[in-house]
Design a protein around this ligand. Structure first.
Ligand SMILES: [Zn+2]
Length: 342
């Protein structure tokens, strides 16, 4: 089933869950995003709506709209820059991953991450002599490239968490606490392999970010970009509000393989492969949100589907289901697109 065409999507009859209607979370400031970041069109239709189901940092109801021109889906309005510390609190799990995740799930994720990096490296024309991970988190990919033999002076990372930047710098990596759009320390044409995993959907201007990454690539260099895939079974099943890939209100732009390809090509890159990874966390959150905040809430049941502390059996089952789907050629909700600089 294709997402509904512009103009046909009715306003949902979403009731405000009590946690948001009567809770302590503040109403935060917003800013409009009148123009589509891809085609600059201003016509759009409502696509989905919901609340910050995961962290309950604010009480606002948020709306995703779909561009009538190019089909790109964006949050509109979105949180104002001044409200970013509210929606990214210090407890945000990306900053505290190791402490929050079950050790078995952490081991499985490390295994899947190693496989992901291997499948990217297989598609490089030659072993990369320089590497950048934009949004490098705890630095797991920087360390993996170092273990693969790349010198630390050629391994770059960008990350907004000052604590991890300090630790990785002390370990000898070239890491700074800044955004792709404003980073000036990396020379153009100097990076053989750039990766950006689950970042592009968070940024204000995804086209500008991909253009900058493309400028940093050397001729023939590869960009590997991973982001949620709207054209997937779970995204359609939970489209109205509860899909885990929405990560409301922290995901601002959502892509399909087609709209991501257009973004890559408009930056002068040639797409060489689209790989589908497991979207197990999105499955877990989708069921969690529906059971917790749906029409007939079942809180005890919802807890089983919390990716942090929920059922490890459910997590394993969704991982196996998505692995099987990807193996059979299906499109899962986490897509990894590889594009080469001409
Ligand atoms: Zn557009």
């Amino acid at each position: 089933m294709q997402p509904r065409r512009a103009g046909l999507t009715p306003r949902s009859s979403l009731a405000t869950p009590a946690e948001f209607a009567h809770g302590d979370a503040p109403e935060i400031a917003t800013e409009n995003v009148d123009e589509c970041p891809s085609c600059l069109g201003r016509e759009h239709a409502r696509f989905a709506a919901g609340f910050d189901y995961e962290l309950r940092t604010c009480r606002n109801e948020w709306t995703f709209v779909k561009c009538a021109g190019c089909g790109l889906v964006r949050l509109h309005p979105r949180p104002a820059v001044a409200a970013l510390p509210v929606i990214y609190p210090p407890s945000y799990y990306a900053y505290n991953y190791a402490q929050k995740v079950n050790p078995v799930a952490r081991w499985a994720k490390a295994f899947l991450d190693r496989r992901k990096l291997r499948s990217i490296l297989r598609r490089c024309a030659s072993p990369p002599a320089s590497f950048l991970d934009a949004g490098c988190g705890d630095g797991r990919y920087l360390r993996a490239m170092s273990r693969a033999g790349l010198a630390k002076q050629n391994i770059h990372g960008l990350e907004l968490d000052e604590r991890v930047v300090k630790g990785l710098s002390e370990a000898g990596f070239q890491v700074s606490c800044e955004r792709v759009e404003t980073c000036r320390r990396i020379p153009d044409g100097s990076i053989d392999l750039a990766t950006m995993f689950h970042v592009i959907e968070h940024v204000a201007d995804p086209a500008a970010v991909v253009r900058q990454l493309a400028r940093w690539l050397s001729p023939g260099g590869l960009l590997a970009l991973e982001t949620p895939n709207l054209d997937s079974f779970d995204a359609r099943k939970f489209r109205e509000s509860f899909w885990g890939g929405y990560h409301i209100p922290r995901h601002w732009t959502l892509f399909t393989p087609e709209s991501l390809r257009r973004l890559m090509e408009s930056a002068g890159l040639e797409v060489v492969a689209t790989l589908f990874q497991t979207g197990h966390s999105f499955w877990m959150y989708s069921y969690h949100h529906r059971l917790r905040y749906g029409k007939r809430p079942r809180r005890w049941c919802a807890r089983m589907f919390d990716p942090f502390g929920g059922s490890i059996v459910a997590l394993a089952a969704f991982t196996a289901f998505d692995k099987l789907r990807a193996f059979l050629g299906g499109r899962t909700s986490a897509m990894l697109m590889l594009a080469r600089k001409k």
